[in-house]
Design a protein around this ligand. Structure first.
Ligand SMILES: [Zn+2]
Length: 373
């Protein structure tokens, strides 16, 4: 679309949003900005207060966008998807977070075919657009199972030859802290640890924010360990903060946390064709690590996903990450880290207008890659 057309379209969209926010039909009430969803017809909704030059994708099905797509939203959606597509999906719990939340794994496809693909999101709490993305990919796979195709091969045939394991939220405590602050945590001990992390970070000048603002940026798990610095890949050599923090604390030992342990155990349970790790932000793909035993395959995967998303590829040095460990472990796994979104975390709902179209096809592409390799 030409720039002038885009601007015209934007003005039209903005005017439509304005008209709808002025009055909510049938209620006689005025709806102000930020009032959320306005129903405009059966099964149709329009987002208010989020008009951006890029159009929000049409909402359909069970999984819907939210300002804060939460752990309980996800649980409810998993239940509804199960009611609708039960025979097509298996719901497993691969572990429990420190604050008692389930680490869900939803499997679609033939688990006896010997090929397994993992797509995981939200190892970092504040990156909570990624659970929404992984859940919508799951719903798309289920809804289009019989009709969809990728690269000329039907989804049904792809799923006959491989299984996709969707792990939408591997750090649910971190997500809850970023979304709801201390209220998001039930355990008094964990709350204390979190408040202590804040005091230390204030003292050391790692933050100047208020407690509430500080918690918005929370990346770590429920006790202040950065799970993506907690894996046994150059862990010894990583800088040691020496105390829990919202970000960057590698923990007392490699895989010290129940969430990282659950991921490591799952990685060792199957022969994986690939693991795709969703993070945000930056619209980049990290595909390498020192000592990568599956460099060629990781590079190929990265090329494939870059071709679809338009994201820039970076060979990272990193260390301590799930991807890093997967690439160097005994029976290594081709793996990439895909950073979605163009604005800082936590990202506004409007960013979905970029994230979804860029990533809608990615699950099918990597599934097809697994089947043909
Ligand atoms: Zn991240």
């Amino acid at each position: 679309m030409k720039k002038a057309d885009r601007i015209k379209k934007y003005i039209r969209t903005a005017a439509a949003v304005l008209a709808l926010t002025l009055s909510v039909p049938g209620t006689g009430m005025a709806a102000g900005p930020g009032s959320g969803l306005v129903t405009v017809g059966p099964g149709q909704t329009l987002l208010t207060g989020t008009a951006t030059p890029s159009e929000m994708p049409k909402e359909w099905g069970v999984v819907r966008t939210a300002d804060k797509y939460s752990y309980s939203d996800m649980e409810q959606d998993i239940r509804e998807l199960q009611a609708q597509y039960g025979s097509r999906m298996t719901v497993n719990v691969i572990g429990t977070s420190l604050d008692g939340r389930n680490l869900y794994e939803i499997v679609v496809g033939n688990q006896n075919a010997g090929k397994h693909v993992m797509i995981q999101g939200a190892i970092h709490g504040r990156e909570y657009m990624t659970p929404l993305l992984v859940m919508k990919q799951l719903e798309t796979a289920l809804a289009q199972y019989d009709t969809g195709r990728y690269g000329g091969i039907s989804y049904a045939s792809l799923f006959d030859r491989a299984a996709v394991h969707f792990l939408p939220m591997v750090n649910p405590d971190g997500v809850s802290i970023s979304q709801f602050g201390l209220q998001g945590i039930r355990s008094p001990e964990l709350r204390q640890t979190i408040e202590e992390a804040y005091r230390k970070d204030l003292e050391e000048g790692r933050t100047e924010a208020s407690l509430d603002r500080y918690l918005d940026y929370w990346k770590a798990n429920g006790r202040g360990v950065d799970l993506n610095s907690n894996f046994d890949a150059g862990w010894e050599g990583l800088n040691d903060l020496g105390h829990p923090s919202y970000a960057g604390y590698k923990g007392p030992s490699a895989c010290s946390e129940p969430e990282s342990m659950a991921l490591a155990n799952l990685a060792n349970r199957y022969q994986w064709s690939l693991v795709l790790n969703y993070h945000s932000m930056g619209e980049v793909i990290y595909w390498d690590y020192e000592g990568n035993k599956v460099q060629e395959q990781s590079a190929e995967l990265s090329e494939l996903v870059a071709g679809i998303t338009g994201y820039r590829q970076i060979a990272s040095s990193g260390g301590g990450g799930y991807k890093d460990w997967l690439q160097i472990k005994e029976s290594p796994v081709p793996s990439i880290t895909v950073e979605v979104g163009s604005v800082a975390c936590p990202m506004p709902r409007s960013e979905w207008a970029r994230v979804w179209p860029q990533n809608e096809q990615v699950w099918a592409a990597v599934l097809s890659w697994a089947v043909t390799h």
